[in-house]
Design a protein around this ligand. Structure first.
Ligand code: ZN
Ligand code: FE
Length: 241
């Protein structure tokens, strides 16, 4: 593995992700909601920041960008289509773009649904997926701008990625997502086992992320939905759960 990902808790339930590329030592941060915890993590990792990757324009994903740019002058990467509502981008990307991050490539996956301009990032070398607010453990993002069809298609785009891919999502919503997932899918033994693990992790104040895509394929009702209609019904039911 040449890229490792570390969760940095921010605000009440956000995770920003610190990515370390082991060949060149480059460091990136994904969706820094606030500056202070980001700076603490960056300083602990050696005091450099080469890149900021942004998944979408919500404040709880970009709030720390300006202060980090002023302090470290990293290269800021985000969706070209959303440049008008993102911090100033140095690399404005589209679906399928490959961004050089030290010795590895970061692939851009267009994932509209939570917002229209939402993108996810995948690093094959290290098997790291950064889905922002598209996919959570046992859940998915709310549909603020896109349709159920958009979000279903976006999550389907992850279906070619390997089972061992590490899902590094934007929020610690797993325990509440587990309640809904168990109500929908009460006879799923893998989901019961994951729920027990989640309770233990949260009691120990530990993140439930990253989780593997393989585990989500077994347990996450939104990943398991057969089509956009079923997905839309689940999303509506979760909104009122
Ligand atoms: Zn969001
Ligand atoms: Fe968010």
């Amino acid at each position: 593995m040449t890229v490792t990902a570390q969760a940095i808790p921010m605000l009440s339930d956000n995770y920003s992700w610190l990515l370390s590329e082991s060949v060149t030592g480059k460091i990136a941060i994904v969706d820094p909601a606030e500056a202070a915890p980001a700076i603490a993590a960056i300083e602990a990792a050696g005091g450099r920041l080469d890149f900021i990757f942004i998944t979408h324009h919500h404040d709880d994903h970009i709030g720390g960008v300006a202060a980090l740019v002023a302090r470290y002058t990293p290269i800021v990467v985000g969706n070209a289509a959303d440049a008008h509502r993102l911090p100033k981008l140095d690399i404005a990307v589209h679906e399928g773009a490959l961004v050089d991050f030290g010795a590895v490539k970061v692939r851009v996956i267009d994932t509209p649904g939570h917002t229209i301009g939402h993108v996810s990032y995948f690093i094959a070398d290290g098997g790291v997926l950064l889905p922002g607010d598209t996919l959570f453990s046992l859940g998915c993002g709310r549909l603020f701008e896109g349709t159920a069809q958009d979000m279903f298609r976006s999550i389907q785009k992850f279906s070619d990625l390997p089972d061992e891919t590490l899902v590094c999502a934007g929020h610690e919503y797993t325990a509440s997502n587990a309640k809904f997932a168990r109500a929908i899918d009460p006879d799923n033994a893998a989901l019961e086992a994951r729920s027990t693990e989640i309770s233990a992790l949260r009691q120990a104040n530990k993140p439930t992320l990253p989780v593997t895509l393989g585990a989500e394929r077994c347990c996450n009702p939104f990943v398991r939905a057969a089509d956009a209609d079923e997905f839309g019904r689940l999303r509506a039911a979760k909104d009122n759960f």
